[in-house]
Design a protein around this ligand. Sequence first.
Ligand code: NAD
Length: 483
Amino acid sequence: MALLVLDNFIGGKFVPCSSYIDSYNPSTGDVYCRVPDSGKEEVEAAVKAAKAAFPIWSSKSPLERSRILNKLADLIEHDLEEFAQAESKDQGKTITFARTVDIPRAVYNFRFFASSILHHRTECTEMASVGCMHYTSRAPVGVAGLISPWNLPLYLLTWKIAPAIACGNTVVAKPSEMTSVTAWMMCKLLEKAGVPHGVVNVVFGTGTKAGEALVCHPDVPLISFTGSTLTAQRIMEKSAPHCKRLSLELGGKNPAVIFDDADLTQCIPTTVRSSFANQGEICLCTSRIFVQRGIYSEFLRRFVAEAKKWKVGNPSDPTVDVGALISKEHLEKVRNYVKKAQAEGARVLCGEGVDSLALPTGNQKGYFMLPTVIAEAKDESCCMQEEIFGPVTCVVAFDTEEEVIERANSVKYGLAATVWSSNVGRVHRVAQRLQSGLVWTNCWLVRDLNMPFGGMKASGIGREGAKDSYEFFTEVKTITVKH
Ligand code: NAD
């Protein structure tokens, strides 16, 4: 089969690039497609197209923009199976996850913002004593730079494109160089959906070339970024001379806190899912599990038994639970964490180095790893402090509520936590004291897009969601009228 070659999408047209890079299918280790290796020149052309489209797009009514977003959602939904197949091959995720999570959520992102944009209200106050009325007025900002990671490719990119264009901005998006295919497929649908040329431009390529050119471009006043904390630091540095508006959704080291009165029949399968879903490559995945000492042994036994049931293999097989990790380098990095844990005195109870991995013939060169459970790692060890971003989770025991709150908070990150207990008072108390932008109690990954989403500490700056994204992608002005 001929190799897929992607082109940049600028001003409503696919435009070839002067050089290309290889992108791999993680489940086979073969080259899956060739991606433009864009740089300053391509970003310049995309920003120019986005600037030219801004006056017309920003002057459309929210209702007109809403209709176009809904049409785009319908078109992606119509091609859901093709998108899911491509996402699975491009990222290594299971076809089931792509079909039930990634692509449906990308569709929903457009539908959600198509609706929410119709319901915002501005504020008004009166100062009768001086005969003045104050009100706020909001307007789109301009060209938005959107940079997304590889783990949930279309899901996270559309979570940025949808609110940005719903609010009347035009965009230049840069997906991860490792997972560009579904963004390219979406570009093919834009004209049919009625998105005017230049409103959505997509430039493919690496972070250091294409991403940085976008971050440094003087005509891009805002950057919405999802990715690692390290890259975010670089983006803050590079964008500082331009005083850009930044939204940063970053890494996590998410704790699950399990008290001895937790309902283990709910807690264990959910915590296995929160640890290993999408190969553990979700920023919200659990990677430190604190279990109250009275139920520690029982939990560990049942948790390991459940983790061992997760089938690793060809991602296009609908019975497979764990696909391939994104790259050879990433697989090596994740494996090294397990080795470091052992060297630091922890015990590996199942998975990497303990159980054997049998792969189908076509997947022998893929980047696979078994769900791995580590016990008794020290709180200060690498495995308990650093984001691993793979199918590895650590289980440790605790005694008191006070103690576990302090230990759960003792990392630089603060993205997502889960608390398991049937004591309603304790659930509220602990949730409020955990340093985490999101706390799920007795559940995981239940999201209402109206609610703020984002991390504390090194996990991010800013929030996304109906109100928060609207505020980020619009500029507010306070007008005072004396009557
Ligand atoms: P990454 O930071 O390496 O890359 C993210 C994006 O930034 C990619 O498109 C990349 O090309 C680009 N990039 C890299 N260097 C850049 C630079 N100097 N300037 C501009 N752009 C640059 O992250 P990743 O490995 O793709 O994704 C994994 C990380 O993303 C994990 O840390 C994970 O926790 C985080 N993540 C966070 C969330 C969240 O909502 N908080 C969601 C998903 C993933």
